[in-house]
Design a protein around this ligand. Structure first.
Ligand code: NAD
Length: 466
């Protein structure tokens, strides 16, 4: 029997894409798991003038594929309320405050409040300020702020945003969503490493290289305006890839708790080998896709300028300055319009001295399937077996993260210190790219990126593992 945490969840941007595609289904999953039951209410806000009934219909549509139980849907959606609200208008916060207080009493929510900012980041500061000045924060329940990426577009903008948010919310009240950290297999990296003897092999004596691939099959679609300001480096590497890398590379945390884990992650991010113009030019490859029969070239998207030098692909080689990872490259790649959609980590072990057999490999498939496979040499007609050793239930990442926030567990969220270290690593790459003209387009859609990304490993006598 799970105990419910009473809570009022206010979603800024309640009519938007993120809210409809991810948040309402995730809230419903928590309802089905009895994490939310009677003592919860959701206020959706945005500028549009919707009625509660219309809003409930939108929520109903968003969760339609998850249940056929009409009574369950009606019960669930009855907890949803809509409040038309312009985040720049101070008076609107007073209306929101009255509704919040009413719902707090009606559902006995014990003054616990979650504020989810499902809006463009340029609104974050204004909302946080007004929540404080108009006294929407309670004194005797919990108050937690949930924000989405991007957190800044470089170190200095991220630092400014962090200062603005921490003027209202304490560090432990801010939950920065990186939805890759909500994926079941990513959440299992610490278990895999530290609850198995595998950890004894997890170092440069036994591991030759580690590869992280976040491959997307779609192009920029309708997020072109945002994406063209960001690119694969800032949209995927700065956050998701460096977070995954930090979980793979960190030292064993002193304790299995949020504080110890984040300190271990932060430490390894601060140990990434600093880059120079020369190493950036050698070790980081950017790409942009050309057009093909049924695919418009990146630059032909009508929301993107015809001479955009934005990157829709990145590959890189990262090394870490500590004894564990001496000489072990972490190869990373991500991009749009690639051959398949998947997220995969390959750990390539060294070949034992004197052996001519293929090297052992551990593959962590994050998505679409959540499995771990190993390539081991055994005596058989086929020398190498690639075999799933475990399959996990793939829980919804947003439901996992929202549940953690309800319980106040910050383990799978990014701290400011981790973000700062990540931006300090990424900024020189972006600065180098901004001042050097690329030869774009340089890869065909539905391939694994430019030839230079393949050459990056060939040069080291290695190949990308499937
Ligand atoms: P969206 O454009 O679909 O929705 C934005 C929402 O903000 C809408 O509800 C809109 O009405 C509201 N809004 C805009 N101006 C307002 C104002 N002045 N006052 C009140 N409301 C206002 O955007 P989205 O795709 O849902 O993204 C929201 C946030 O989540 C962004 O920070 C985005 O970067 C991030 N994000 C989105 C996704 C995704 O899959 N959509 C994924 C990762 C991160």
């Amino acid at each position: 029997m799970t105990t419910e945490t009473p809570v009022l969840l206010t979603i800024f941007g309640g009519t938007g894409d993120l809210a409809q595609r991810k948040l309402y289904p995730a809230i419903f999953r928590l309802f089905q798991k009895h994490q939310l039951q009677q003592h919860f209410a959701v206020i959706g806000t945005a500028r549009r003038d919707w009625s509660h009934e219309y809003y409930r219909q939108v929520v109903r549509t968003a969760i339609a594929s998850l249940t056929n139980d009409a009574a369950e849907i009606t019960n669930f959606t009855s907890h949803f309320y809509y409040q038309s609200h312009d985040v720049n208008d101070v008076a609107h916060y007073q209306t929101l405050k009255s509704l919040s207080q009413r719902l707090d009493q009606q559902y006995r929510l014990r003054h616990n409040r979650l504020f989810y900012l499902a809006m463009a980041p340029n609104f974050f500061e204004t909302i946080a300020q007004h929540l404080k000045s108009e006294q929407l924060l309670t004194t005797d329940g919990f108050n937690r702020l949930i924000i989405e990426k991007p957190f800044g577009h470089n170190y200095s903008s991220a630092e400014k945003l962090n200062k603005a948010l921490t003027a209202t919310f304490r560090t432990d009240q801010i939950f920065r969503i990186d939805h890759y950290l909500g994926k079941s297999m990513i959440q299992n990296i610490t278990n895999l490493r530290f609850n198995n003897q595998l950890e004894a092999l997890w170092n440069h004596h036994f591991i030759d290289n580690i590869q992280i691939t976040l491959s997307e099959q779609l192009g920029v679609a309708d997020r072109a305006i945002y994406y063209d300001q960001s690119g694969a480096l800032r949209d995927m590497v700065q956050n998701h890839i460096l977070q995954i890398l930090s979980l793979l590379a960190m030292e064993q945390p002193a304790f299995n708790n949020h504080q110890s884990i984040t300190i271990a992650k932060q430490t390894v991010l601060e140990q990434l080998h600093p880059l120079t113009a020369h190493t950036i030019s050698q070790n980081f490859i950017r790409g942009q896709y050309a057009g093909a029969e049924h695919v418009k070239a990146y630059r032909q998207n009508n929301q993107i300028s015809a001479d955009s030098n934005n990157d829709s692909f990145v590959a890189g080689k990262i090394t870490i300055d500590n004894p564990r990872w001496q000489g072990v490259p972490f190869y990373i790649r991500t991009g749009k319009e690639l051959a398949a959609k998947y997220t995969r980590i390959n750990v390539q072990f060294r070949t034992p001295a004197g052996s001519t057999a293929p090297a052992n490999r551990l593959t962590i498939n994050v998505e679409p399937e959540a499995t771990i496979t190993s390539a081991l040499n055994i005596q058989s007609e086929r020398p190498t077996v690639l075999k799933p050793v475990s399959a996990f239930a793939q829980n919804d990442a947003y439901a996992n993260l929202l549940q953690a926030i309800l319980h106040g567990d910050a383990t799978h969220f990014t701290t400011w210190e981790e973000l700062a270290a990540a931006w300090k690593f990424i900024d020189p790459i972006q600065a180098y790219w901004d001042t050097h003209e690329p030869e774009f387009p340089n890869y065909q859609p539905q391939t694994m990126g430019p030839q230079a990304a393949t050459d990056l490993l060939t040069r080291d006598g290695r190949t990308w593992l499937d």
